[in-house]
Ligand binder design. Structure first.
Ligand code: CP
Ligand code: NVA
Length: 329
């Protein structure tokens, strides 16, 4: 039987296929219970701290609501209002927080920081996004796929298009490897994934029969896809690269034409969000004035019947709750 008590959740690569399956099943179970109004206060009396060095809507709210619904207490700290990453080492912050809290969530830049927090705090640490991974997002994505695609995960073909060198691309590779999925990273050669990441994912894939491909051929990549997934073209902290990315990534924008090329009338569209699908935000407007269309997906696709992005966003909460319950509940 799977037991994840006391474990940190830094990357899916640390978890066996059975453990990933367990977390998805627990998520489904907690979601069903919430729908029925049943709460078992599985985190009663626990204290949780959320550290954010980058901004967030979904991840922060998922941790807060998930924790509170199970009876835990939450403290939110960002870089502006705490000493973390400024006046003392991560090791010292970890040692202090480990004495106050039962679990620590961290969102920031380097994966090494979340690893150091886990090493020195003595309590489970959960990765709420780094430059190279976003493991809680994958649980939500895969739960959503199971809800909307009538196939087991190991029969699903998922195409991630755009910046295939970012945290979502890598997290999806790791998730595919652990579930036996056929994942295609579709993007330009200039943004080719780190060979070490690809090699590690392909090594793990041997255990499940997963296939992880990298290509810049749109028509070949999307053929027969069950899921088309994209993300912003410039991640948090990379805003200065927007003009270069628009040039490189426009051929990989998700359009209705791309969905048609899958040949699958029921193809699903996923996006971790937040998404630029219109020019409503200040950033998109400014860039438009400079002649850059930063939309990674057309509004037509985003609002189509193919799009399950808001179910996916809701599932952040159920899956993050499951991670907390499994590790400290
Ligand atoms: N998908 C995601 O992590 O969203 P936030 O940045 O709003 O947390
Ligand atoms: N790649 C994006 C994901 C946001 C959830 C970023 O890191 O900004």
């Amino acid at each position: 039987a799977v037991n994840l008590k006391g474990r940190s959740f830094l990357t899916l690569m640390d978890f066996s296929p059975e453990e990933v399956r367990y977390l998805l099943d627990l998520s489904r179970d907690l979601k069903a219970k919430k729908r029925m109004g049943v709460f078992n206060y599985l985190l009663k009396g626990k204290n949780i701290v959320l550290l954010f060095e980058k901004t967030s809507t979904r991840t922060r709210c998922a941790f807060e609501v998930g924790a509170l619904e199970e009876g835990a207490h939450v403290t939110f700290l960002d870089s502006a209002s705490s000493q973390v990453g400024k006046k003392e080492s991560i090791e010292d912050s970890a040692k202090v927080l480990g004495r106050f809290y039962d679990g620590i969530e961290y969102r920031g830049y380097k994966q090494e920081v979340v690893e150091a927090l886990a090493k020195h705090s003595g309590v489970p640490v959960w990765n709420g996004l780094t430059d190279t991974d976003h493991p809680t997002q994958i649980l939500a994505d895969f739960l959503t796929i199971e809800e909307h695609v009538a196939k087991p995960l190991h029969k699903v073909k998922l195409v991630f298009c755009g910046d295939i060198r970012n945290n979502m691309s890598y997290a999806l590779m790791y998730g595919a490897a652990k579930t036996g999925m056929h994942m295609v990273a579709l993007g330009p050669k200039e943004l080719a994934p780190d060979p070490a990441v690809l090699a590690a994912a392909r090594e793990a894939a041997k255990l499940t029969g997963a296939t992880i491909e990298v290509t810049d051929n749109v028509a070949e990549a999307v053929k027969g896809a069950d899921v088309i997934y994209t993300d912003v073209w410039a991640s948090m902290g990379e805003e200065d690269q927007i003009p270069a990315r628009v040039k490189l990534l426009t051929p990989f924008k998700v359009t209705l034409e791309m969905l048609q090329k899958t040949g699958n009338p029921d193809v699903k569209f996923l996006h971790c969000l937040p998404a630029f699908h219109d020019f409503e935000t200040k950033l998109a407007k400014e860039q438009k004035a400079l002649g850059h269309d930063i939309r990674e997906v057309t509004d037509e696709v985003f609002r189509s019947r193919h799009s399950v992005v808001f179910d996916e966003a809701e599932n952040r909460m159920h899956t993050i709750k499951a991670v907390m319950v499994a590790t400290i509940g």
